[in-house]
Design a protein around this ligand. Structure first.
Ligand code: NAI
Length: 724
């Protein structure tokens, strides 16, 4: 809806009304069209101000309307009519002007913004482009390079930057609507009838580029393609801006529409929009007890503590301090404590410099003594991944922490329930599984055990939000959600090496799919020794007593010792300068294919009588991704994740799964469940000694239920459950 009022005698004030962000729904668009018509027809009205109610101009299109056919007035002619108006129209921008909201403002003749406003064209993040004239007007207003940056990245700008770029004409610290009304009255005098507003109609501006056009766009396209990882929307954005720079406005608008139609119909736009809603949905979920964490009250957290200042503890301390929490940072190893202090200070100073703020060095107090955490409301334990050590730390903390302290562990996979049993208040123990580097990576798995109270889960989830994480609550099991699924992906990659693949062939397939790094490049980066230590602790990676060679079968199922053998050579990845790839020197980041690895694989195959065969990209993708997806279905079946969107958000934010493919479970829905089932059956038949390739029951049941769309899986699962 939109309201109309005449203010200050001759100003027609149109107010967008659609809480919470005044999205441009059918009713709002209709309201704008009607009220603009009225303002232009009333002779008393000399000028118009458009604003949004409740301090927000407009958050953009109503994404819910993307799901079906669009009704009501389309945006392009609506904005065109505003621009063509014979009375000056001023946008009074408060809060935010995103997407269609900014495009609406660009159709106005002037833009006045409050100093706290943020503006941007984030359509690209939803797999789309600004197709209400934004891709054609913004380059005409602020120049091609600046517009290209905003449109292809979707980044938001502050009012100050918007003023500097020329997106807005004035910034105010006072009441924006009052300022806009005053401004409108002054320009109304200037643009008295007969004096055309052409000079304020952006679509009539030239859009020239002084440099060589072809060269400029070729370079821009190369840069965008490098970062797009297979996403098509950023590329379409470049094409649209190129149209603005090379075609008359009307033809540019046609091109914009043509590109938008292609994007709109693509699976990528659906995947990105799914992620948008999934990210919001994962915050709301109930524990199996039926208690809903997000309605449960939270414990107050003022003082925090981190125990163990290694890789993870340092990042966690930085994340907490940057969010304003006082942190007591405990490290038992003296040298490590000194190093951590220096490293953490460096991280805080660098981050503050980037943000243009003062570093919060005084938020962190360092101590070698566990007693120092006595007053903390919440403690995060990040000592070595060793159950005996963690048990000891939990027992010690039972005697140190004040009553009511929440104890969180950053374990990557140890049993949370067992750890909870070592603490005085097991109901106040939850996992807070951060990802490295903890101050950068957005994902936080909040792991609850059978005894964790909803209040404890709620507190951890809320803290996660406060420190800027995307928090997903998951149940307690080996590896939780992310690492449990990843194990199957890694395992298939190793089997593929045994069967004839190379690290670069497998990585290339995964990188072309959209992962930032293939599995082997990723392992080299995080260090191969970590997994080796874990496998040895599990009794894997040990020589077969009869042959003396590392066993290739474990408890009746296939096991690949290839990674263990690589580690035995002291090849731990980037840190040693050699791993699956070779590096110029230890610590170097650019890996080259390594002939040693190829010869090693050949010798390994020869030793075990394996004949290398040609492995194509499709097999790499199907075996690695479908086995991971299969485990995702098992996780749903076990009730460890509340729904497919929880798994997808974990993969998008924690494992660099390409967002434009929507996460593994959404990808399964796009590919089609019958196809996933058929391929898993095929591979399981070919590899009967790999039980994890056997399609899980839930996948079979969903296919038998007619392969419902992902949005219906939970419903079908409930029905299937109640029939048991
Ligand atoms: P790390 O080896 O880098 O650091 C552990 C630190 O704990 C060391 O500085 C050690 O001196 C200290 N420490 C040991 N016992 C202590 C005690 N009693 N009191 C105080 N400090 C003590 O280990 P990292 O990689 O930081 O891992 C920590 C935890 O986080 C582990 O449970 C690990 O599984 C988990 N994790 C690790 C990830 C990674 O990528 N490194 C990712 C997610 C979780």
């Amino acid at each position: 809806m939109a309201s109309f009022a005449r203010v200050s005698g001759s100003v027609g004030l149109i107010t967008l009304q659609n809480p919470p962000v005044n999205a441009l729904s059918f009713a709002v668009r209709q309201g704008i069209v009607d009220k603009v018509k009225r303002a232009l027809s009333e002779p008393e009205v000399k000028c118009v101000v458009i604003c949004g109610q409740n301090g927000v101009f407009c958050g953009g299109a109503d994404i819910k309307e993307f799901r079906g056919p669009m009704f009501g007035p389309p945006l392009v002619p609506m904005i065109h009519d505003i621009e063509a108006a014979t009375k000056p129209v001023v946008a009074a921008i408060e809060g935010s002007a995103f997407g269609g909201g900014l495009e609406l403002a660009l159709g106005c003749h002037y833009r006045i913004a409050h100093s706290k406003t943020r503006l941007g064209l984030p359509e690209v993040t939803l797999g789309l482009l600004p197709a209400a004239g934004g891709s054609q007007r913004l380059p005409r207003l602020i120049g091609v390079p600046a517009a290209l940056d905003l449109i292809t990245t979707g980044r938001h700008v502050t009012a100050a930057e918007a003023l500097q770029l020329g997106i807005v004409d004035q910034v105010t610290d006072h009441n924006t609507v009052d300022a806009a009304v005053k401004f409108a009255l002054s320009v109304a005098v200037f643009f008295s009838p007969g004096k055309p507003l052409d000079a304020r109609r952006i679509s009539m501006y030239p859009c020239g580029l002084s440099s060589d056009l072809d060269d400029f766009f070729e370079k821009a396209m190369q840069k965008v393609c490098r970062g797009a990882r297979g996403a098509i929307a950023p590329i379409a954005c470049v094409q649209a801006v190129r149209a603005a720079a090379t075609l008359p406005y009307a033809q540019g608008i046609e091109k914009e529409k043509e590109l938008m139609d292609t994007l709109f119909a693509s699976g990528q736009a659906r995947a990105l929009q799914y992620c948008f809603f999934a990210q919001r949905a994962v915050g709301k979920w109930s524990m199996p007890s039926g208690a809903c964490w997000d309605t449960s009250k939270t414990r107050p957290v003022h003082k925090t503590a981190v125990i163990g200042l290694g890789t993870m503890g340092r990042g966690i301390a930085v994340a907490l301090a940057q969010a304003g929490f006082p942190v007591i940072a405990v490290e038992s190893h003296k040298k490590q404590l000194m190093e951590a202090k220096e490293a953490i200070s460096g991280m805080l100073v660098r981050a503050a410099k980037r943000r243009g703020v003062t570093p919060v060095l005084n938020k962190i107090t360092y101590s070698p003594n566990m007693q120092s955490v006595a007053n903390a409301d919440l403690v995060i334990e990040a000592v070595f991944e060793d159950m005996a050590l963690k048990e000891k730390v939990f027992q010690q903390l039972s005697g140190i922490c004040k009553p009511g302290t929440l104890l969180c562990t950053n374990t990557s996979g140890l049993n949370i329930d067992h750890l909870a049993s070592q603490f005085r208040n097991p109901e106040l123990v939850v996992g807070m599984h951060f990802f490295a580097p903890a101050h950068v990576m957005k994902l936080l798995e909040v792991v609850y055990g059978p005894r964790s109270s909803p209040e404890a889960v709620a507190t951890a989830m809320t803290l996660g939000k406060k420190i800027g994480k995307v928090s997903v609550a998951v149940g307690n099991c080996q590896g939780f959600v992310g690492n449990r699924m990843l194990e199957h992906y890694l395992e298939q990659a190793l089997f593929l090496l045994e069967e004839g693949g190379t690290p670069e062939l497998i990585d290339q397939a995964l990188e072309e799919f959209g992962f930032a790094m293939g599995v082997f490049r990723m392992s080299d980066l995080s260090g191969l020794d970590v997994g080796w230590r874990i496998r040895k602790a599990k009794g894997l990676a040990v020589p077969d007593p009869t042959t003396g060679q590392t066993a290739r079968v474990h408890q009746g199922r296939r096991y690949s010792p290839v990674a263990d053998l690589i580690c035995e050579q002291g090849r731990f990845g980037q840190k040693t300068g050699q791993g699956w790839y070779q590096y110029d020197k230890p610590g170097s980041r650019v890996g080259k294919p390594d002939p040693w690895v190829h010869s090693f694989l050949e010798a390994y195959r020869a030793r075990h009588g394996l004949v290398a065969r040609r492995i194509d990209q499709q097999e790499v993708l199907e075996r690695c991704l479908y086995s991971l997806i299969n485990e995702g279905f098992r996780i749903l079946e076990d009730g460890i994740a509340a729904g497919p969107e929880n798994i997808d958000i974990i993969y998008v934010f924690g494992y660099s799964w390409p967002r434009h493919r929507g996460g593994p479970m959404f990808y399964a829905h796009l590919v089609g469940l019958p196809k996933i089932l058929e391929r898993l059956e095929h591979y399981h038949q070919a590899h009967p000694d790999v039980p994890t390739l056997q399609p899980c029951n839930l996948l079979r049941k969903l296919v038998a239920s007619g392969s419902p769309p992902i949005q219906k899986w939970k419903e079908v699962m409930k029905r299937l459950d109640s029939r048991l």
